[in-house]
Design a protein around this ligand. Structure first.
Ligand code: XIL
Length: 349
């Protein structure tokens, strides 16, 4: 008995015949100009969100309620992105402006806009020294401030329980420069080092479905500050303090360029057992150099399977928090910049 080689079996089978017929038919239709021969796998995605999704990642933007009423702003965001971070609306001064009085109107506006357009939401941010109401900084007792912090985390996270992809639980708790020390803040100064792990523990107990991130800037390459964050994450992992991700804000300019060790720095965090996310990306500049820097960041994330995704800090240059740097992907008229094309090509690459 002759054994069928894979080749013979394929040629001899009905499946093979059907395939030949189908391909033949498709070929004739294509030459008649009726169908394109490129299948879905060969088709490059034409939005940032779709291109990132094809690589198992998300591509997000910060959104602000101040501009949602502008049709091009909303239309650009809705078309291109699949993750949203409220730019200011979930910060402490917005959600608990007075002690015990919670206000979710801005946060809900962003949340509802995002989810009704198929986008997920990153929660930003629960514990941060900035955009913090005066009544919080005015509390002098550490134990009282701990209670206030717990109450804030509990109320905000409960309101969005089960609906947030990831929370920036603590934002910017470390100093810049060579000290590797914690930044002075009401939380650090009155509660002490333990405020961060306490915040993460409380966060986990309120909503176990959200990824819990520590988020900071100037930690993109290996330096004293990123070493300090690295050591904290390592310590948390060794003691079972819940932490799932580290957010790298990624605010770049000529003084603080995309470092050459960006990817290896992300990787060392992943090796500790957390995922990494680029959470507030914007890169000062224009033209080819800006486009190349954007591609560097995207390629670093693509190279790391546990880089969950990238969020740019705004839709259009004209509403960027540093609009003078023209750091985003769309110009003030919502035209795609060279940086946009570079990001899309990198995602499709
Ligand atoms: C910025 C917003 O973009 C501005 O609109 C606001 O006036 C100040 O905050 N790090 C963060 C973000 O974590 O929340 C900051 O967003 C930018 C720096």
């Amino acid at each position: 008995m002759t054994e069928l080689t894979p080749e013979r079996s394929r040629r001899g089978s009905w499946r093979g015949l059907r395939r030949t017929l189908v391909l033949g038919l498709a070929g004739s239709l294509a030459s008649a100009g009726l169908v394109a021969l490129t299948g879905p796998s060969a088709h490059a995605a034409d939005t940032l969100g779709a291109a990132a999704a094809a690589k198992g990642k998300y591509f997000g933007t910060a959104l602000s309620t101040s501009h949602l009423g502008e049709s091009q702003y909303a239309a650009t965001a809705d078309a291109e992105f699949n993750m949203v971070t409220p730019e200011n609306e979930m910060k402490w001064d917005a959600t608990e402006p007075n002690r015990g009085q919670f206000n979710f109107s801005g946060g809900d506006t962003i949340f509802n806009h995002a989810t009704s357009h198929g986008m997920k939401v990153r929660g930003h941010t629960l514990v941060w020294h900035s955009q913090l109401p005066g009544w919080v900084s005015g509390i002098s007792s550490g134990s009282e401030l701990t209670q206030v912090m717990d109450n804030h985390i509990t109320n905000v996270m409960s309101h969005y329980k089960g609906k947030i992809y990831a929370w920036d639980v603590v934002n910017e708790a470390f100093q810049d420069g060579s000290s590797g020390a914690r930044r002075s803040s009401p939380f650090q100064d009155k509660i002490g080092n333990s405020f961060i792990e306490h915040a993460f523990q409380t966060a986990r107990s309120v909503d176990s479905s959200a990824k819990l991130c520590y988020n900071d800037y100037n930690i993109d390459g290996v330096n004293a500050k990123s070493n300090a964050v690295y050591n904290m994450v390592k310590d948390f992992k060794s003691r079972g303090v819940p932490i799932d991700c580290v957010g790298f804000q990624g605010h770049f300019n000529s003084q603080s360029p995309v470092p050459s060790d960006f990817q290896s720095n992300l990787q060392r965090f992943v090796d500790l057992g957390v995922s990494v996310q680029i959470t507030e990306l914007d890169i000062a500049g224009s033209g080819t150099s800006q486009a190349d820097n954007y591609a560097k960041v995207v390629n670093a994330c693509l190279a790391i399977s546990k880089c969950d995704g990238i969020t740019v800090w705004g839709v259009t240059d004209k509403y960027s928090w540093r609009s003078g740097d023209t750091p985003l992907l769309f110009d003030g008229n919502y035209q795609k910049k060279q940086a946009y094309t570079s990001v899309l090509n990198a995602l499709n690459g």
